[in-house]
Design a protein around this ligand. Sequence first.
Ligand code: FMN
Length: 278
Amino acid sequence: MKKNIVALILSPRESGNCEILTKEICRHIPEEHELTLVRLTGKDIKPCKGCYACLVSGSCPLSDDFLEVAEAMAKSDALIIASPTYFIGANGVLKVFLDRCLQLFSAKFSVRGKPVINLVTAGIKGEAGYSEMMLNSFSLILGLKLRASEIFYGALPGEVFYENNEQLQRAADLGAKLFSTEERAFAGWACPLCGSDVIQLLGGNKIQCVVCRNYGEVVNDGKNLTLKVTLNSDNIFFTEEQAGRHGLWLQEMKSRFMQLRRKLAKITGPYADDGKWL
Ligand SMILES: Cc1cc2nc3c(=O)[nH]c(=O)nc-3n(C[C@H](O)[C@H](O)[C@H](O)COP(=O)(O)O)c2cc1C
């Protein structure tokens, strides 16, 4: 049966690098498929209000295009997420969309386990900053199965393939990875649990992986620095079981709030009239 691929394009530029990279990859996917593109920057995705109503009632009070996109993702067989680098991070609409995914904790559908390829474009080599980390973190939080994550360089629309056979070939090679059952190979220096190469230094040789938030240490074998990371049982998203547990904790927030609200109001009340709002 035809596979259904949904691509989230985080670039507002029509026929820009994110878009053509995604299409090039799909030209090389061996499985029969249909590609549905979603220009997320053109959708009406309102910022989460932090009201937690979705966890209690099962639905979000905001009315916009979020559900249309989330349901398309849930019905898909696989995803591609492509974002340009904007000031060393991914397009902010990705984060706005992710925050709204809080409602997926109580939704009747899920995107968990879907294979995903993450793509970042950047105009200048070495200036993609934390963009790739943002996409990989997005995927991990939603429980997607990251098949590959790559950065492509080019500033002008189309420039990623301008006199650049290496990038064209790299895109073509990604096509075979989306539905591959082969385990993803991590770089030798990356987090052995999630493959991220972004870590937070905690002092001494202690580290925390910024993407999967498991703890570990830097090991120096005299030749190379590598990471030893162990599963943190208090993690809130890394495994399906942990995400489920976190969902229950979130749902208990309502009764906690009802219990504490008078005491909390005594703390917040005295600040109510300070300053003026623009
Ligand atoms: C607001 C803005 C900020 C940008 N910031 C960066 C940056 O920090 N680093 C970088 O390498 N490129 C940066 N770029 C360049 C884009 O990442 C680059 O042009 C990319 O190819 C755009 O992909 P697209 O064609 O899919 O939109 C920026 C572009 C814009 C519009």
